[in-house]
Design a protein around this ligand. Structure first.
Ligand code: PEP
Ligand code: MN
Length: 463
């Protein structure tokens, strides 16, 4: 106990203290020896990410919380092991880069990029089982636990180790490609706007692209690249911290970077870092204040996200912030709001005011995907582009009204030409969904829809 009788963040906390708390989305493994072997293996493997990188991201998120930077986070709903392939990774890097350039142009702020990738392998499910072809079988819980194929639905502990290697391989390739110039802004980018049917809209987007290209050309010409900043960019990784035995095995006591603010606060200069990803978030289904997931999250140094859905009460939100961030570190917590286009108007304002009154300074990030999932008459899960943009524009407007900032957006997207969400300039309709519907969980924006959303958000700032 601290002198004033209150608990400090790390008191009573260990990487395994979550085990004494009630847990949602529990995983029941059949073969205890195999689980133990997998976790022992994971505990011996090196960190995938480092405290220096994590601390750098934290500094960026502090800026986002203060309105000085914008956070773009995006990737698949359920990342599969098979997405660990060069084309899929390249297209995602390029898409996030292009979107970020558009957002920098629009917001006049640096953009922090975080992929929902290199580890987004675990999915919470509303039901542990589903009926397929008249047979009740376990639900797909993400590649880290079981396989989508109906013959692979049993939980296999070896997948925990496989998740580590697919994460590490994905991030290795991302780092290699960034270092080799995939994000080198000296090279012209292919913006491919041919699909935009509306001529006025196409002219508007072209104007933005010209403006971005002109600025880049100007910087190259005057040699304004002394720090090599046009040659490469940062791309951080993130996933939902759902399978706690996996997260625990990759949680290590490591030295804080020499210049970090944390170094003063810790007697041995060390802290507990989750080394599986730079950023982790707690899902809307596992955010109970007395639950296992919140217990795990309160002890790690990484910046963290909390999904905030329509059932979140203001007092509960503040209790959560007090638990995971008692020191009120600015930008440590990103609140990922996902109310739905019809609920954002009534829910966001009171949450902003409650957080303001509590003294916490968070990154407010809008996830316009998860509150806007609908089923077509044919029973296909989809999202309307217009609902997604509507929640985003409401969030921008409401933050402004409350003297707050929208610090970022959180999207489910892919660099591929999928047909999972309807709408956008391509004019995708419900009948088109079957053309290339390949998601294994929620519907994602395709590369054209994602880029268009960036144009629209940027336009919002400029108009
Ligand atoms: C997700 O981000 O894929 C997800 C499951 O979201 P939420 O926890 O907000 O429902
Ligand atoms: Mn999802």
């Amino acid at each position: 106990m601290a002198a004033n009788g209150s608990k400090t963040q790390s008191e009573d906390w260990t990487p395994s203290s979550w085990k004494s708390k009630p847990i949602k989305q529990i995983v029941t493994y059949e073969d205890a020896a195999a689980v133990s072997a997998a976790l022992t293996k994971l505990s011996s493997l090196p960190p995938i990410v480092t405290p220096t990188e994590i601390t750098k991201l934290k500094a960026g998120l502090k800026d986002a919380a203060l309105g000085k930077a914008f956070l773009l986070q995006g990737g698949d709903c359920a990342e599969l092991f098979s997405y660990c392939a060069d084309d899929a990774i390249d297209s995602k890097i390029k898409l996030l880069l292009q979107m970020s350039l558009v957002l920098i142009w629009g917001s006049n702020k640096p953009v922090i990029r975080i992929g929902r990738m290199a580890g987004q392998y675990a999915k919470p499910r509303s039901s542990p089982t589903e009926v397929v072809d008249g047979k009740e079988i376990p639900s797909f819980r993400g590649d880290i636990l079981n396989g989508f194929d109906t013959s692979a639905r049993h939980v296999d502990p070896e997948r925990l180790v496989s998740a580590y290697f697919h994460s590490a391989t994905t991030l290795n390739y991302v780092r290699g490609q960034l270092a080799s110039g995939i994000a080198d802004l000296h090279n012209p980018l292919d913006w491919g706007l041919g699909h935009v049917r509306d001529k006025d809209l196409q002219a508007k987007y072209q104007k933005i692209v010209h403006s971005i290209s002109d600025s880049l050309r100007f910087m190259r010409t005057i040699g304004a690249d002394t720090a090599g900043q046009l040659q490469t960019v940062d791309l951080f990784t993130s996933h939902e911290g759902l399978v706690l035995e996996y997260e625990q095995s990759l949680t290590r006591r490591l030295r804080h970077p020499a210049a970090s603010p944390q170094i003063q606060a810790s007697p041995d200069g060390k802290g507990w870092y989750n080394t599986a990803a730079h950023f982790l978030w707690i899902g809307d289904r596992t955010r109970q204040t007395d639950g296992a997931h919140v217990e795990y999250f309160r002890g790690i140094e990484n910046p963290i996200g909390i999904k905030v859905g329509p059932s979140m009460k203001s007092d509960e939100l503040i209790r959560l912030l007090d638990i995971v961030n008692p020191a009120k570190e600015i930008g440590k917590v990103t609140l990922i709001t996902r109310y739905g286009e019809d609920k954002v108007e009534t829910m966001l304002g009171p949450h902003i005011e409650a957080v303001k009154a509590s003294g916490h300074v968070v990154v407010w990030q809008c996830d316009p995907m998860h509150g806007n999932t609908r089923s077509t008459e044919a029973g296909i899960k989809t999202r309307h582009f217009s609902s997604i943009f509507s929640e985003l524009s409401s969030a921008l407007k409401i933050h402004k009204q409350h003297g707050s900032y929208l610090g970022g957006m959180h999207l489910e997207l892919t660099g591929d030409a999928v047909t999972e969400c309807v709408g956008g300039s391509q004019g995708l309709e419900e009948d088109d969904l079957s053309l290339n519907y390949t998601t294994y969980c929620d519907p994602r924006l395709n590369e054209k829809q994602a880029l268009e959303l960036a144009f629209l958000v940027a336009g919002h700032y400029r108009d």
